[in-house]
Design a protein around this ligand. Structure first.
Ligand code: ADP
Length: 811
């Protein structure tokens, strides 16, 4: 806006003080005047062409200012319109030019002052133009950022007014203190004023931006808050829904707990855990642990039992029906069942309370059955039969390779992936608390830093303490006293003595060829025909075929391989039938090659003849008895002894002892003195992959050695066993039963064994004994007499005093 009037030098106009505000030239404002002096001044303005000068007070709080309280630079303005109300005047004023009040001529009833115009200085340079542009764009920014500007004023500014006007108009709408506005009003230089305005606008933009940022952040935060609270609400709804699910789950578990009929303390524990679970959030990882734990608790058969019907006759029948032979074993089992029946509850309640509390004192402490024997002799299947006879469930757990006590007793629940031990797992599997529980391979449990599994096992098995067996995982005791434990193993040696003490050992010695034949004929053949899905009535297998399978395709104490070979035959026949061949068939010896391939084993003696330096020993292994051949070869040398064939320490010692014995008896044996200085001796036991140990081969080694030195062959069908001392005494050995059966199986005719082992023949089936001739010896001389094909050429004079001075033989 251009100035409307040009103030002349002597111009006098009413001066109106303004408390806190500046009216810039070229701008319009509505002002309210209430003070008497101001009202009078406006009234008087009509005399001055409606013109007044508006100046700001230095201090807005001064009510009745004097000229000294006013700034000197003000704005000449025209009162465009006015409105009186209640002694106050609202007036629309328009600033026209900057003036300086140079003197006050009158103070009452209003200030009348003399004034001089203060024109703008400076030219509109490019720099000024640039400044103006910048101010306009900054202002636009400010408006965009939310600065409130009257639309008309804004349009005015946008319509490129002259530089001074622009500065004034923008200054007018700036959000700054009145003092700052006054400062702007007092700046004469347009460029300086523009610069100042520019800085102020820019500052305002900055503030606005900051505000916006803050507000957007606030908004964001607000949004976030809103979002969260919405989600939280939603979650609540979901949780409520899930809660119902959860409640359902909790209820189900509670029902299961009730149905499980646990003992009171266990029930309490389960309920406590359930309460804990129901408190837990769905997302708490512990919840799943607690749930698994509760699942275990409710799944255990706390009070589910099979009827305990021990009918001895029935039991005997079931055992007989399922198994051929094993007469002694069955007898022992039936006895055991009878004792168990006598000791069953009604009996105990008849005893005094004291006795009932401690059944051991009644002298009737039950022991744990332990079936010892090589694989495949029917230990497991007999266990199953016992369960069948008693009408109980059967479970089997293998303990082979267990080294960690936790395998038996479980891991504590704090352990990641914790589980109950095998005993509790087995009970759960049985679904009843009185199953027949077979613990397989108890001779294969080891002991190391992880605790002693066998002591945990003893605790589980021991009838005196197993009514409250504590599993680390369960934390509550479980009553195992109704479980019928049967343990099995191949050897007894490796079972810890504490455990062995509690075992009632039942030996399974292994089968003779004849027994195997009957087992195959009576049980295995039919079983395998059925297993292959074939028709029992249409298939036959000749007796000779069975015998040939036993002889030529198996070499074992049990019947596992035999069963496998029979199953192979019928599987192949089943395939043929499926391919369209007819099912009716009798398997004969001619078919064996087709179904089973060439014979795997030839008879031990088929192509053998009595030889020099080779004797037949009897051995005992985990897989039952076996026979082995001892070979001795002599070579020119210097008295060295070489031993081969994977011999154990004890067996090597036997070889050394044999050599020493022979050397000391050179005369008796008709050998040249120092014969050993010119020869090396090599003792070899074939089948090198099989480890062999023990002292019982002493007799056989010595015999082979004597035979090699004297060149007298050894009778190959004479089996021998026994330990030999340096003086030639034959000492008692173990495993007689298995060895004899193995000898019988191999087709030996005569067996030499130490006299002290005679007692062990009692347990051997009669028909085995019937086929064999036994020679019981006390000394090597007796062995040699029987084993060598020719008597030694011992002249009376050559009899070594050592033989005669041999100490009295052991009884
Ligand atoms: P183990 O447990 O001693 O290793 P198993 O019980 O597994 O042996 O027996 C192997 C197989 O031989 C089973 O099918 C079993 O029924 C059978 N068997 C073993 N002995 C006899 C027997 N005396 N009468 C009938 N079948 C037998």
């Amino acid at each position: 806006m251009t100035q409307l009037t040009v103030a002349n030098k002597n111009e006098r106009l009413p001066i109106i003080p303004i408390r806190d505000g500046v009216v810039f030239p070229g701008t319009e404002v509505v002002l309210t005047f209430g003070r008497q002096r101001s009202v009078s001044a406006i009234d008087a303005a009509s005399n001055f062409n409606r013109q007044v000068v508006l100046v700001m007070q230095k201090n807005p709080n001064v009510n009745d200012p004097t000229p000294n309280d006013l700034y000197r630079i003000g704005t000449k303005a025209t009162i465009e319109r006015m409105f009186k109300h209640d002694g106050e005047i609202n007036a629309l004023v328009r600033g026209s030019e900057r003036v300086e009040v140079v003197s006050f001529d009158m103070l009452e009833p209003y200030f009348l002052g003399r004034l001089v115009p203060v024109p703008d200085v400076g030219e509109t340079s490019d720099q000024v133009k640039a400044l103006m542009n910048h101010i306009v764009s900054e202002l636009r920014k400010a408006v965009n950022l939310g600065k409130a500007v009257d639309f008309l004023i804004f349009m005015n500014i946008m319509s490129s007014p002259p530089a001074g006007d622009l500065a004034n108009q923008v200054a007018n709408i700036l959000d700054i203190k009145p003092q700052d506005k006054q400062g702007l009003l007092e700046m004469n230089d347009i460029k300086a004023r523009l610069e100042r305005v520019d800085a102020l606008v820019a500052n305002e933009v900055k503030v606005l931006e900051l505000e916006k940022k803050i507000s957007s952040k606030t908004q964001e935060r607000f949004d976030k808050n809103v979002r969260e609270s919405v989600l939280r609400e939603r979650l609540k709804t979901i949780e409520k829904e899930l809660g119902e699910e959860e409640n359902k789950e909790t209820k189900e578990l509670a029902d299961k707990i009730a149905a499980a009929k646990m003992p009171a303390d266990v029930n309490e524990k389960a309920k406590k855990e359930l309460a804990r679970l129901s408190q837990m959030s769905q997302y708490n990882p512990e919840a799943s642990y607690v749930r698994t734990y509760l699942d275990w608790l409710v799944d255990l058969p706390w009070s589910i039992k099979s009827d305990n019907n021990v009918d001895i006759k029935q039991a005997q029948k079931v055992l007989d029906d399922d198994h051929y032979g094993l007469k002694k074993v069955k007898e022992r089992i039936v006895e055991y069942l009878a004792v168990m029946k006598l000791k069953s509850r009604p009996q105990i309640t008849k005893t005094s309370k004291k006795e009932a509390a401690n059944p051991k004192k009644t002298g009737a402490s039950p022991t744990i059955l332990c079936f010892v024997g090589p694989p495949g002799v029917g230990k497991t299947s007999l266990g199953k039969s016992i369960a069948k006879a008693l009408g109980r469930q059967f479970v089997k757990m293998s303990l082979g390779g267990i080294r960690d006590e936790a395998e038996i007793r479980g891991h504590r629940r704090t352990y990641v992936g914790a589980m109950p031990g095998r005993i509790i797992q087995g009970v759960k599997q049985a679904k009843t608390k009185n199953p027949v529980f077979m613990l397989d391979e108890i001779d294969k449990i080891g002991t190391d830093f992880r605790g002693d599994p066998s002591s945990a096992l003893l605790e589980a098995l021991d009838p005196e303490q197993n009514n409250s067996f504590s599993d680390h995982y369960l934390e509550v005791p479980f009553d195992l006293s109704d479980v019928f434990f049967i343990t099995t193993c191949n050897v007894l040696d490796t079972i810890p003595p504490a455990l062995r003490d509690r075992l009632e050992i039942i030996h399974f010695p292994g089968y003779t060829e004849d027994e195997k034949y009957h087992i195959a004929k009576g049980f295995l053949v039919n079983k395998q025909i059925e297993n292959s899905g074939l028709d029992l009535t249409k298939l036959k297998i000749t007796d000779e075929t069975i015998r040939q399978i036993i002889r030529n395709y198996t070499r074992e104490a049990g019947v596992r391989s035999l069963e496998r070979e029979i199953s192979t035959i019928f599987r192949k026949i089943a395939k043929e039938v499926a391919e369209g061949k007819k099912e009716t068939k009798t398997v004969s010896t001619k078919d064996l090659h087709k179904y089973l391939g060439p014979a795997k084993f030839t008879s031990y003696f088929a192509e053998k003849k009595d030889e020099v330096g080779m004797s037949t020993g009897l051995a005992w292994t985990e897989a039952g008895g076996d026979i082995l051949f001892i070979e001795v070869a002599l070579m020119p040398g210097r008295g060295q002894l070489t031993l081969t064939g994977h011999l154990g320490e004890v067996m090597k010692e036997s070889c050394h002892a044999a050599l020493s014995y022979v050397r000391s008896r050179w005369k008796t044996l008709g050998l040249p003195e120092k014969f050993y200085q010119k020869i090396d001796v090599h003792v070899h036991v074939p089948e090198g992959a099989v480890p062999k140990d023990g002292p019982s081969a002493g007799v056989a080694i010595t015999t082979a050695l004597v035979s090699a030195l004297t060149k007298i062959p050894v009778r190959r069908l004479v089996g021998m066993t026994g330990e030999v001392t340096l003086r030639g005494r034959a000492l008692e050995i173990g495993g007689v039963k298995e060895k004899v059966i193995a000898a019988h199986r191999a087709g030996l005719k005569k067996i030499i064994m130490p006299k002290n082992n005679q007692k062990d023949l009692e347990d051997i089936p009669k028909y085995v004994l019937k086929d064999l001739e036994f020679v019981f010896v006390e000394h090597m001389d007796e062995v040699l007499k029987v084993a060598l094909t020719k008597p030694l050429l011992i002249t009376k004079s050559r009899i070594e005093p050592a033989l005669q001075t041999t100490p009295p033989l052991q009884a």
